[in-house]
Design a protein around this ligand. Sequence first.
Ligand code: HSE
Length: 403
Amino acid sequence: MKVALLGYGTVGSGVVEVINANQDSINKKAGTPIEIKYVLDLREFPGNPINEIIVHDFKQIAEDPEIEIVAEAMGGVEPAYAFAKTSLESGKSYVTSNKELVALHGAELLEIARKNNVNFLFEASVGGGIPIIRPLNQCLTADEICEITGILNGTTNFILTKMKDEGRDFEDVLKEAQALGYAEKNPAADVEGYDACRKIAILASLALGEHVNFEEVPTEGITKITAEDMVYAEKMGYVIKLLATCKKQDDAVFARVSPMLISKSHPLAMVNDVFNAIFVNGNVIGDVMFYGRGAGKLPTASAVVADIVDAAKHKGTNIISFWSRKKIELKDQGDVKVRYFVRVKDNAEVVSKVQENFKQLEVVEALEGEFAFITEVCSESTFAEKMEIIDYANVLSKIRIDK
Ligand code: HSE
């Protein structure tokens, strides 16, 4: 079975490494020898044996009838979208780690794959090496999924862990995550939560069978989290995690990405460094957790290669995924019930406004020169109105609390 690999960056070179390292067992599991015939990349790699199969024009791959599987690890919507469509329409299965592509065009590409009796597979697009797409598509289909909550971005989890454990600063840890190949080319995608947002939209779409538009998922990153917040979290017995969530609430679906304070006894609180974890609640099975390395060369490549094997095994058969193009209307964020931890300037006027607006607040004492408290449960819109009265200029930080 001849494969074309698109992109020889961190993940692409990992795919070659995994196939070379485990060639015999991969061939046995695929039921046929797997061979990478071409690698598409803009660059040349002098001195690297890969250079013999480097091509620069996708046409060469599209027009070669020997190529039955195209594996993409380039990232970005274009030209990946055009390459995916052309591949599937010309009867080649398309395997990808590209979450931008899947979040935006997943439903359509699955439909094209179905029409052409080939497969569009994207296990590596969420959770790196963690099996989560296949379980949602296959093992959990007896359930109605009520909730998916996960740590879906390795870079931010790595940053938050090092800030908490080593008291290091944000920029310094981000540089380390970049050097380790975890971070996106533009790290704003990680630290502003956009990457986790695309991933939760993919999982939610698969779980619900209809399209969750990632652009409609309220998203906040970790750039405002400070060393002072870490001190308070420790004092309260919490840790700060960037959580991506999608829940059914009173017949509506609610989704969000934001930093959250979660109790140290919460199963996701123990997920550290680059690890990701995804908690799923089904109405029959109850709670299930998936855990593993959510970013990095070999874990992500492992999921890409597993999809190549699956595509080879299912030659001539389309594996059905339930993700239609019909869009789900998400619950208005303003109506969602929430509790916040808030730090404001310690000034008599500000504190009295806080006390007037939050009648049942719980004071938290940790640092001098500021006033910190936990609010009662209220809707996001009520909270926002109260914060306007207190005036955001007086607010040092605000972080949602789980439960
Ligand atoms: N930048 C991503 C992360 C890579 O840190 O999780 C894996 O999708």
